[in-house]
Design a protein around this ligand. Structure first.
Ligand SMILES: O=C(O)CCC(=O)C(=O)O
Length: 280
């Protein structure tokens, strides 16, 4: 099919994990009820976002949260990009996105490869690397609609990752993310539109809803951008489901009209991934 419906879930995340899990599950069901075939949850959807929370909310995979995601995908018959959760494996913590298919089977596990370590004086200092370890693989999965490349939040700042996914055939890039009140207004939409127009792909992000009393305040504004670089649907700061009908014929039209893929000067430059850098 040339068209399919995507939903991004900008959900309210609380400090109660069980509440977050049941909320995610019911929002996935609601999205499926509106015809969504691929659903994306936010970064850190089962836990508040912050280095002081990761170790107490962390789980093994499989574990309670990923089992809930698998059930949610299966009962709603959707491809589910399960946002991210703090994952514990052999004494290390990761920020991990797990993807399930409509039968509830695990398709992919992406550990955030670029950790969010920034220091903007007077505004925000955040050091994910104080508690998390980075993943070491690039992650794409296949659906009957299109191929999908996966990154988590800060991963979107790295144009190379999006380029590698796109050259390998991805037509959609999804980034569960949680930008903040400093970098959100400055860069969130710009980065998505940049990744979309550079690679002539759809880009979708899902953020936690804004919660002013949280220690880390999410910017919100989950959105979907088309291969022309236009924002086609967008949430405000509050909890919301955002829908977009992705049209692969439109994507092909854009690529034909502005044929940058065929015009690249491969004789002058190259982009390569490390051998063994791909998860599958
Ligand atoms: O890149 C940014 O400005 C925000 C990134 C972020 O919040 C994250 O990686 O979780």
């Amino acid at each position: 099919p040339a068209e399919f419906r995507l939903a991004v879930v900008q959900m309210k995340v609380t400090s109660v994990k069980a509440e977050n899990l049941s909320r995610a599950r019911s929002l996935v069901k609601e999205a499926a009820g509106q015809g969504a075939q691929l659903v994306v949850l936010p970064e850190c959807f089962n836990s508040p976002y912050g280095t002081s929370f990761f170790s107490s909310y962390a789980e093994k995979i499989p574990g309670e949260s990923t089992q809930t995601l698998s059930q949610a995908a299966k009962e709603s018959r959707v491809y589910l990009v399960g946002g991210s959760i703090p994952e514990e494996d052999e004494g290390r913590l990761y920020n991990t996105c797990v993807v399930f298919g409509p039968d509830g089977e695990l398709l992919l596990k992406h550990r955030k490869i670029h950790l969010f370590d920034i220091d903007v004086p007077g505004k925000i200092r955040f050091q994910e690397s104080e508690t998390l370890s980075p993943g070491n693989t690039l992650s794409m999965f296949q659906t009957p609609f299109c191929q999908v490349g996966v990154g988590i939040c800060y991963d979107i700042r790295f144009a190379e990752l999006a380029q590698l996914y796109s050259r390998k055939g991805a037509q959609l890039l999804v980034y569960p993310g949680a930008f903040n009140m400093t970098t959100g207004p400055a860069h969130w939409e710009l980065l998505q539109r940049a990744r979309a127009v550079d690679n002539q792909v759809y880009v979708a992000t899902a953020a936690p809803a804004r919660e002013e009393s949280a220690s880390y305040v999410s910017w919100g504004h989950s959105m979907v951008v088309n291969p022309w670089g236009e924002v086609v649907s967008k949430a405000g700061p509050e909890e919301a489901l955002v829908y977009a009908d992705l049209d692969l014929q439109y994507l092909a039209d854009v690529r034909r009209q502005i044929p940058i893929t065929a015009q690249r000067r491969d004789d002058l430059y190259a982009l390569t991934s490390a051998p063994g850098g791909w998860s599958s």
